[in-house]
Design a protein. Structure first.
Length: 307
């Protein structure tokens, strides 16, 4: 029996060798499985987890005695900025929100959204943060300084951006306090657009990034539309951390934008769904909580600098 096995082994080797000699094409490398064996970020995809995240967000106390944590969202037109605001609004509203899209004003530079808690009937009210939706970055290519100014100090809601004339000083709070500045800057990048992001947009993002980093404001990237970019995730959002492609995209985004991998968060926004979905909510609330924690970390640093 033993010698028989050896014979078979030799026959196989010979046939392989022959193929190598007479076939001009090398044998193709086996394709890696698009689905990883293990998720690389642990996530619990349940209703309880969603409720736990909501509770943590509700009870978060802004540091440095600021009234509300201020999040500023930026990114290219159609990247999913407004949709993200609606997506994090939805679980607290109790149904899919279309507020940020419905009220969209094509020309305003920033527009603030307060997310109200309608689900928690006992303590109905505002949540400890406010989100500023800004005009698509494509429109301000000529003057990144305006963007940086907007991050550093409050600009009145409804300011109409003029790409030719720089932002007028009237719109700035002359003596901004920490209550007026952004506490976290969020870049929204669509997963299916990353590879075609134009150089001038990347350059602009980097410019804004380096100026904002100078004064310590944390920056997070939301990688939206993961459902469109990867069929595996399109079929089942819970596979987002098992998609080899999405993991590669996140690594690529990290290199392109110069932001560490752990600050790049995949999301799938509500985009046509009629009902709330626990997986969408868990992923979006996880990203929101991380944004709020980064912002609070920044505020805590300010505390320590004071003493
Ligand atoms: N499939 C999918 N579509 C999305 C997602 N986020 C946004 N969209 C769609 O992309 C388009 C642009 O989104 P919008 O939020 O208006 O982008 P904004 O210009 O950055 O505010 C809309 O048609 C959205 O429905 C997402 O995560 N998945
Ligand atoms: Mg928008």
């Amino acid at each position: 029996v033993w010698s028989h096995e050896v014979t078979i082994y030799q026959v196989r080797r010979t046939s392989k060798l022959k193929m190598g000699l007479f076939n001009s094409k090398p044998e193709p490398e086996p394709k890696p499985n698009p689905e990883l064996d293990r998720a690389w970020r642990e996530t619990i995809w349940s209703k309880q987890e969603k409720e736990r995240l909501m509770k943590e967000i509700r009870t978060l106390t802004p540091r440095h005695e600021v009234k509300q944590i201020r999040i500023m969202i930026t990114g290219q037109i159609k990247a999913g900025k407004s949709s993200y605001i609606n997506t994090v609004d939805s679980p607290f509203l109790g149904h899919v929100s279309r507020r940020a899209l419905a009220g969209e004003d094509e020309h305003s530079f920033t527009k603030s959204y307060r997310v109200e808690d309608h689900v928690n009937q006992e303590e109905k009210g505002n949540l400890p943060f406010v989100i500023y939706d800004t005009l698509g970055i494509d429109a301000i290519v000529t003057s990144p300084d305006d963007y940086v100014s907007a991050v550093k100090s409050y600009i009145n809601d409804g300011y109409v951006f003029n790409p030719i004339r720089p932002l007028s000083a009237d719109y700035f709070n002359k003596k901004p306090t920490v209550n007026d500045t952004a506490h976290c800057l969020v870049y929204v990048v669509a997963a299916d657009q990353l590879s075609i992001m134009e150089d001038h947009i990347l350059k602009l993002l980097k410019e804004i990034r380096s100026k904002v980093s100078d004064f310590g404001i944390p920056q997070v990237v939301l990688l939206t539309k993961v459902d469109k970019a990867c069929p595996l995730v399109g079929n089942d959002l819970q596979k987002v951390y098992r998609s080899r492609y999405i993991r590669e995209l996140i690594e690529r985004a990290s290199q392109k934008l110069g932001i560490p991998v752990n600050c790049i968060l995949p999301v799938k926004n509500y985009s046509g769904e009629i009902n709330l979905n626990d997986a969408i909510d868990v992923l979006a609330l996880t990203s929101l909580l991380q944004i709020l924690r980064s912002a609070n970390g920044y505020l805590q640093n300010l505390d320590q600098k004071q003493y």
